[in-house]
Design a protein around this ligand. Structure first.
Ligand code: 4GT
Length: 230
């Protein structure tokens, strides 16, 4: 798997990817992250990537030429998907993450300022994905969220002990509560059942807790789960 990230701020992508599990997976060549800066494809001496909007209004708009030329310079492989991070996209979820994890190449288009000249969409026709109904100053954080979520579905990114099988959403429910040492902290004890080594009982307890908290915190997910498992 290869992530190609189009961004005016490549360091933002590189910095995040140089820590923790992301860094370990990159060192082990489980996947790769490459950045493409549209500024490198400008044709004027000021390396200008944005301009004022036709029709007036606040902010700057990303110009089509540097962005489209940068996109066309990205080496595509056969199994490739192009995604624009934008509040106008379909909301990201675990199903989309699983779907994206099957591609050999994911090209991510990050915007900045007020957004993209519409002709960038017209020409590239990316799939648009949003992280939710809020606005950010740039698409880099959403791109990193997507890279993080997709990469941990790839065999080898997580260690054995960090398995993705037990995550929230892998079974459509929120996760059960976790505890570690000590057995008692500020008068709060770890539930007895987790200490007795009976794995059948432990699994039953965890499923019960998952159901309880999903019903309470995410009734929408709970209803979906009920319909599927009945
Ligand atoms: C929010 C999201 C996103 C932005 C989101 C183009 C200029 C878009 C800035 C960018 N804001 N991108 N992907 N909710 N802002 O996912």
């Amino acid at each position: 798997m290869k992530f190609d990230v189009m961004t005016l701020f490549p360091e933002m992508i590189e910095d995040y990817c140089s820590h923790s599990i992301m860094k370990r997976a990159l060192d082990n060549e489980i996947f790769s992250v490459n950045t493409i800066n549209p500024r490198d494809y400008t044709l004027d001496k000021h390396r200008k990537v944005d301009d004022t909007p036709y029709g007036g209004g606040a902010g700057m708009v990303l110009m089509a030429q540097p962005y489209v030329d940068a996109y066309e310079a990205v080496q595509k492989v056969e199994s490739s998907v192009t995604i624009m991070l934008s509040p106008q996209g379909e909301p990201l979820n675990d199903n989309i993450v699983n779907e994206l994890a099957k591609f050999e190449q994911v090209i991510l288009m990050c915007g900045h300022y007020e957004g993209f000249d519409e002709r960038i969409r017209d020409i590239i026709k990316p799939r648009e994905i949003s992280l939710g109904d809020f606005v950010l100053t740039g698409g880099e954080l959403p791109a990193l969220c997507l890279i993080d979520a997709v990469s941990r579905k790839i065999e080898g990114t997580l260690g054995k002990i960090e398995s993705a099988d037990e995550d929230s959403f892998s079974n459509g429910l929120l996760e059960y509560p976790h505890y570690t040492k000590p057995r008692e902290y500020r008068g709060l004890a770890v539930p007895e059942v987790l200490l007795n080594g009976n794995h059948k009982e432990i699994n039953e307890f965890r499923l019960q807790k998952s159901l309880e908290r999903t019903k309470l915190k995410r009734p929408d997910l709970y209803e979906k789960w009920r319909k599927i498992s009945s």
